[in-house]
Design a protein around this ligand. Sequence first.
Ligand SMILES: *Cc1c(COP(=O)(O)O)cnc(C)c1O
Length: 394
Amino acid sequence: MSISSLQTIPFVDLTWQHAPLEEAIGRVISAVITQGDFVLGQALRDFEANFAAACGTSFGVGVGCGTDAIALGLVACGIAPGDEVILPANTFVATLIGVLRTGATPVLVDCDRATALIDLTAAKRAITPRTRAIVPVHLYGQLVSPQGLIDLADRHQLIIFEDAAQAHLAEREGYTAGSIGLGAAFSFYPSKNLGALGDGGMFVTRNAVVANTARSLRNYGAASKYCHTEPQGTNSRLDTLQAAVLNVKLPHLSLWNQTRYALAEHYDRRLAPLAEHGIIPIQNEAGPGHIYHLYVVRITETCPSSRANIQAQLTAAGVQTGVHYPIPCHLQPAFRALGHGLGSLPQAEALSQEILSLPMYPGMTLEQADYVVDAMVEAIMARPPVRRLQGVNS
Ligand SMILES: *Cc1c(COP(=O)(O)O)cnc(C)c1O
């Protein structure tokens, strides 16, 4: 198998989804300019209702970014200093930052190597009398088992707070992301499955009191104009402009997610023969409810080529890849004080060394996926480059 003509396959390409919507987006932006309701405007209220309904929950509170949705959402759910909050170590660092901002104590736990999702047995072992909440991360677009979470939370009286920043409309066991717990956080960072034209986020909840507290927290802690009741209040509101754009994009999300799933199935099929060479896609236990924010493979020990080598050869073939994430939270220099050393969370540490994210976005073609797989086969099968001594015998 050889790559006849060099292509460039970006990791993510947003032009395909925006081009057909450009006129509609322009119209709603003009409308907001005409109305002048730039902050907490009508389009925001509409989008909050639309998005919460799409998630199968009751209330949406638009905020400045996903990290704020986690931090303010947890505070609204009653998480406070003295509480312990369980979360996985193999997540984007924003999950941990959000928990730390509440003043609660984060308790990082290990993950399942095959699915990359939080290990609920490890979570159970980490429960103490001070544990108040568990923050599952629906990593790469796959829900952590809702029934598994609910069983654990009910038995130990824990709050479930979902980090659904990578899981817009993901489903499993009859649940939609955002409808499992008391609260959930979403990010609308541009490359997320539903992305704004800049930063944005939303906290969703089924509880009216919690929703009202979150509305107050994002608006300087105000209960009403110039009457401030929440000391942790801040300024973090989803712009009316961004909400207007997201209202245009939301009706297309389900189809975009289906397109990703079809690409993932194609990758799975084409990559299956590489299992004997140690290339193992992250296991999908959610079936068609997985929304593949990222398509990730593990380059395991039996692979004759290293991740660095495969990644370099893919780059040379014009294929952009990523690693999500190369350093687990507990080994980040900023969080050494949490006290987990190297070797303390072995599955998360091993995964961080073996994962590789392949290009995945609606608009990518099956032929492009074939090109990626062909380039991978070449990278694995090619004999390792002969090391030459520079300047000697040449
Ligand atoms: C993107 C992301 C966040 C943070 O969202 P921002 O909008 O970038 O603040 C949090 N958690 C996870 C898992 C994410 O992927």
